[in-house]
Every structure is written in structure tokens, then in C-alpha cells.
Design a protein around this ligand. Sequence first.
Ligand code: GDL
Length: 658
Amino acid sequence: MRRRDVTSVACLLATTTTALVCLTSPAAAHPTAEAARTSSALPPVSPTPQSLSRSGSDATVTDRVLVVADDRTDPAARDRLVGELTAHGASRVDVVAPGGVPPAARGLLTVRLGPAIRPDIAAALAGTAAPDRAEGYALRVSGDRPGATIALGGADATGQFYAVQTLRQLFVPADDGWKVAGARAADFPSMPLRGTIEGFYGQPWTHAERLDQMDFHGDVKANTYIYAPKDDPYHRSKWREPYPAAKLAELGELVRRATANHVRFTFAVSPGESVCYSDPAHRKDLKAKLQALYDLGTRAFSVPLDDISYTRWNCEADRAAYGAPGRQAAAKAQVDLLNDVQRTFVATHEGARPLQMVPTEYGDLTDTAYKQTLRATLDPAIEVMWTGTDVVPPSITNRQAEGAARLFGRKVFVWDNYPVNDYWNTSGRLLLAPYDKREAGLSRHLTGIVANPMNQPHASKVAVFGTADFTWNDQAYDARANWPRAMAYLAGGDRAATEALLVFGDLEHMAPTFGATPWQPQAPELARRIATFWTSWDAGDPAGALRDLRPYAESIEKAPATIRGGAVEDGFVTDAAPWLDATELWGRATVTVLDALDAWRAGDRDGAAQLLAASRSFQEQARAVRVDPPRNTWGSAQVKVGDGVLDTFLARAEGRMR
Ligand code: GDL
């Protein structure tokens, strides 16, 4: 299991924001780390806790640490805790029972992990009560010597695991080892369902990529991963056929990895292309498919009915059962099937969570005979998904979510089509803008949100990191603050790599919709700097204009090498490879055009002409970079980098030299 030891605190002025951003950094002896240790600022924790404050002095991680646990302690939380302590200075971690703390424990760091109501934990929490909410926890670090104590108390097992995930982000480097920031937290998620739905078209993620995603979900306190890849034939076209043994074995491993991260592996089957709703044999096959996954440990199931034709039947029997095809008849047939699965499969299987479904009308707020039938007759226990308006919504508001709840007769579960890049407008794009434009307060109207990611799983983490933060604490969510933290996570806390990712992310910032207007702009930071450049240039200060823009142009050119330098997770580098290649060339073209402008300004027309020719050549090479082999449905495509901003600037600069 890959573990990122994101550790010490360092603050920097993020290149693309005006906010002071605190990042984790592995540089133990860094002067800013020393400052952070003695100041009262706590390291940033993501997702943002409902409450987090300083409780006193930091606790030193001693060479030997005691973990006090018993059979009510969540094993996954305990294992992760031991791993984190070992990675942060403990050479020996002894796990002992609450009654078995040795007298020699004085002077050792003691970490108490388990239910918040366990008496020794309740005492050590010293009034920091664990919220009585599913997945909630309380944490208190008391650094008073001798014998510093950390209490990690969960409202349930998942809460314990999340307490450890918060603790993981509180390690700070000390002169001769590690400390844990003296903090107290009382925390819980705002939305019950948080995570991703692998629900895109095109090449599904590989098994290894999914395993990595389960760890990532655990790290960001996301509890849901829905397995629904459109191009897994056994999920859709061959839904009646059982998985081959080898594939089933993989799914079993995935379920175990999900469980170890407190992620609900949610298995989806999409029968809508060929199902005969009224046919008992079809229903039997559907339940057999679910049963196979139940046997592997899956306890959450979904039957998506999106992207199918619902105005024709797949069999004559359905005409006899539900009447002439049409919206209302389709809803009747779907409800008949789904209620049957809920009542005779889900309700009869111990531990199974309510069935989830995706309606065929999933992306609008229009009342229709289809939705009327669903809200009147679909079992109230069933979760209904909804994508927001327009399939790829430019925003999701409280009003819209309330409207969707009214239409479907229950709070809906959002299938959020960001950062998915399987539709035509995303051709040649990575979508690296932060998760944004979802209104605070949505937790009152939704049961949750899952992001539909890109075919590139590692690159998707930028947006999913934000989705996890928003769904955990929508009131506190700040897209601009979240974005550098997401990049820092991908960069393992390395400052230079984080800054390079921010520069690169700005060039892949455009988020299209199905229509002509993107919902997030391309390269906003570069655009801002270019606007300033032309203002200075036109105001008669070309030297100042060049001096100000040049470092940023150089940072574009250098970002790919820094991102490839080792700190950023390998998968991201692989996902982004063609975009990194193109970015380096666009950066070189930009730096060279600035040199040309400089020569021109100094009256060196020949030099300017030569540099311009060199810049054009870099631009040509950049335009020739393609995504190949493609993972996406749009096939081979030209790689887009800062398009509409960078290329426009280069053309305008050239125009100035005529
Ligand atoms: C859709 C599909 C989804 C696809 C997305 C973007 C839903 C419910 N279904 O309509 O599989 O990835 O658009 O193309 O969103």
C-alpha cells in the first residue's frame, strides 16, 4: 500500500492564489518548519474538520510508543496508526490493552484508539466529546510531559479510522525527530455518501489503479466507490453473464482493499440495454450477479438505468405487462424491477445498504410522467441519483437540489460529472481545475455526491480531493484553498513540485460543458498575468512587462521536468505524460517569444526575427503532440494546453513585431 508521508508544515504564497497556503513538507530541518513548530498554527487538515483547534503543546513522538487498543478498536485504524507512528520516528510501537499499560510507560507517548465512550479514551479526550454522528470522531493531543497522550475516539469504527487520518496530517518535524501538533478536533461528515463513481465511457481503470484509488479514498475520508465502468462488458452489454473467475478474484481483492480503507465498494449492474423487465429469468440473473459480489463482501449495490432508450421495449412480454412503450410505462417497468431487487435481495441480505439507482431522466428538473411514477411508486428506501442540470452542470445550487428532491420524492444522491473527460468537448483535455461551484448548504438537500472521474485516475485526484472536502464540510469549503492542498497531496508535500503542479493545473483548467460555454475558464492565472503584461507594454513600459512575465513563462517551461522529478506520484506523471510534453514546448515557445519581443524592443530586428522563428518551431512541435495511445473515447487527439490564452498571446506578440 502506497503511503505518502506528508509531514511537516511550511507556508508559501501559492503562485496561482493570493492566499497564504500551508503545505506539508518532508524537509525536517527547514527553518519554516521550526517556526511552525513553535507557533500556534496547526497544519492544514483536509477534508476540513468541523472543528479543529489548538489544545496545548505538541506531543513528542518517542522512540517507543504505546498504542492502547482492544477488541473494540478498528483493526484498519490500528494498523494505519502503527504505520504512521513508525514512519514518524517511533522505532518500536507496542499495542497494549487499556488495563495493561506498563508502569514504565511514563515518559512514552501513549496513543489511545477505540470507541470514544471507552473510559480511558473519554478521560483523555478531556471534554472533547465525539459527535454522535455516523463516522464522527474526537481527537485530542496532549503534549504535557512526562507521558504525552493522544486520544482518538470514534463514534463508530469508521470514525476511529478517520481520527487516524486526521492525526496523519498533524505530524510536524522537530529538531531531532517528530512531534504531533497539540490539537483537538470534534468532527463528522456533512454528507453520508462521498467519493467517486467509475461511470465513464472509454477504457476502464486497471485493477492496480483501482487499488490505489481505494487508499486515496481512505486518505480523503471518502466512503463510497461505485463500480460502474460503461465499457466493462459484464457491467452492461453482458450483464446477464457471470464474471469469469479471474475477474471475480480481482474484484474480491478490490472489495477487501476498499473495506480496509472504510470505503464501501458499491457494485453496479446496468441491464437497461437488453433487459426484459418482466422476465423472471432476467431478474434471476441480475440477482445472481449481485449475489456473486455479496459473497465477496460487497454490501452496497446499484442498478443504473442511464443512457438507454426507454421508449421501446426489449421484449414483447413487457408490452403485455406494462402497456405501450413510453415514459410512464418505462418507469413502471423499472420500478417493478428495482422494488423487487430492494425487497427480495437487498432487504433479505444481512448488512446490505439500500439499493441505489440512476433514473433514465437523470439530468434535468422537468416533471414528467416518468418522474411522477418514480416518486409515487419507487420504494422509499431506494437511493436515486441525479447529475445536476445539463448532465455536466455549470453549478449545483440548493434550489436545484431541493427541486430534484421534490421531483423524485426523496433527497437525491448526486452523480457529479466532473472531472470526467469522455465527451467530445473534452477532447485532448485533462481536467485539473478544482472542484467548484457547488453551493454551500447542499448537505441539507442531498444524501451525498460522487464524482465521475477521468479515464486518467491519478490526474482525477485533483478534483476528487476537492469533492471529498466539499462533501465532508460544504459550509467550510473553499475551492481556492483546496486546490494547492490537492496538489501538495499529489506532490507528497514537496513545495517545488506543488508549485509546478499549480502552474500546470492552470494550463489544464478549462472545464467544458456539453454546450459551447465552459463552466471553468482556461488558464485564469496565466490570463491574468498576460492582461497585466499588455497593460504595462501599452503604457510604455515594455521592459517592466517582460521582466514581470518572464519568470512565469519560465515556470511553465520548467514545470514538466519538476513534476517528473520524483516527488509527484508516478501515476500522475504517466496520466499526464503527453500534456507534460506539450507544456514544456509551449513554455519554451513563450520564453522565446519574450526574448524576441525584448530584441525587438532594443531595435534588434534580425535577432527578433530569428527568435520568432524559433518560437514558431516550438509551437509547431507543441501542436503536434497527441494523446497516443488514447485511453479516452475521443480517440487520438491533439493535446490542449492553455488553449485560447497561451496561443492567443503568442499570436498577439508576433503581431506586435510586424
Ligand atoms: C452521461 C453518463 C456518464 C458519462 C457522462 C459524461 C450519467 C448518469 N451517465 O450522461 O456515463 O460519463 O455523461 O459523458 O451521467
